[in-house]
Design a protein around this ligand. Structure first.
Ligand code: NAD
Length: 282
């Protein structure tokens, strides 16, 4: 199944990264955001990144310009009706995603595949909202999409073999390594990663080691490319807290209980890199 024209919904961090790699893989990309200024900023940021790569010799100038030309902003969601596939990357709120999937179910071509970049929400719920359960799938890219090689591919109960095969092939065509994972809270990577970050915060809060040393030990002793506390600062401490709370609730286990220090820092507005202060200062 050739997925030549692909719409991306949500022009934030992830939507723009996904739109960029699709355009670089010679797809025609339609980019939509509920906020038109976010869409325009996103398109400009992608063009800047591609031109910068060309200026640094990391990309042929012609390839950079071709990718920029392949990207088109759309100001009505109904324009997704010309796409063979839609990738949704709106914020991680179930009700918002359900509303978007209900609209996509009505506006996209009947044959179009609807993929979500959710970090761990229930793909079955999105499939039910779209009313085309065989065509809905999770396609979880990692941040930043242009450089992170993994894509978790999440089949809902009724996702068809054809949809799964088309999305696996697309991910490979983007130069990624797709790995199939069951539809369960947080899928595999975040389910493993966030309890580790939480434990690092407990280790800090209990005075076992200083923040710098926790990260130094995990990079030198466990070969992690970035320490867990620096990673939490990068993700955002508010996002980290939301993820742990959703695991605690959905997986019904105290092992995901967020460390009280994390709650205190979020309450104080220390959210990591985006506020200039988290476990480290920026
Ligand atoms: P973001 O906040 O950077 O961007 C979301 C964009 O969606 C915003 O521009 C917003 O204006 C737009 N939007 C909101 N409602 C909309 C609607 N109804 N229709 C169209 N656009 C709408 O968010 P993000 O970090 O890019 O995350 C997007 C998704 O990707 C989430 O599901 C998140 O869990 C997932 N994700 C994020 C990361 C990450 O590290 N940021 C990594 C992997 C997956």
């Amino acid at each position: 199944m050739e997925l030549k024209r692909i719409a991306v919904i949500g022009a934030g961090t992830m939507g723009c990264g996904i739109a960029q790699i699709l355009a670089q893989a010679k797809r025609e990309v339609l980019l939509y955001d509920a906020d038109p200024s976010a869409r325009e900023q996103g398109l400009a940021a992608i063009a800047d990144r591609l031109r910068q790569q060309a200026a640094q010799g990391r990309l042929e100038p012609a390839a950079s310009e071709a990718a920029i030309a392949a990207l088109q902003g759309i100001d009505q969601l109904a324009a997704v009706g010309t796409a063979a596939m839609v990738v949704e990357a709106v914020p991680e709120r179930l009700n918002l995603k359900l509303a978007v999937f209900a609209q996509l179910g009505q506006l996209a071509k009947p044959a179009a595949i609807l993929a979500s970049n959710t970090s761990g929400l229930d793909i079955d719920a999105l499939a039910a909202a779209a009313k085309r359960p065989d065509k809905v799938i999770g396609m979880h890219f990692f941040n930043p999409p242009p450089t992170m090689p993994l894509v978790e591919i999440v089949r809902a109960t009724d996702t068809s073999e054809e949809t799964f095969a088309a999305v696996m092939a697309l991910a490979k065509g983007l130069g990624k390594t797709p790995v199939s994972v069951a539809n369960s809270p947080g899928f595999a990577v975040n389910r493993i990663l966030f309890p580790m970050i939480n434990e690092a915060i407990y280790v800090l809060a209990e005075g076992v080691a200083r923040a710098e040393d926790i990260d130094r030990m995990m990079t030198l002793g466990a070969s992690h490319p970035i320490g867990p506390l620096a990673l939490a600062d990068y993700v955002g401490l508010d996002v980290t807290l939301d993820i742990l709370e959703s695991f605690a609730q959905r997986l019904d286990s105290t092992k995901y209980r967020p460390c009280p220090l994390l709650r205190e820092m979020v309450a104080q507005g220390a959210l990591g890199r985006k506020t200039g202060r988290g476990f480290f200062s920026y």
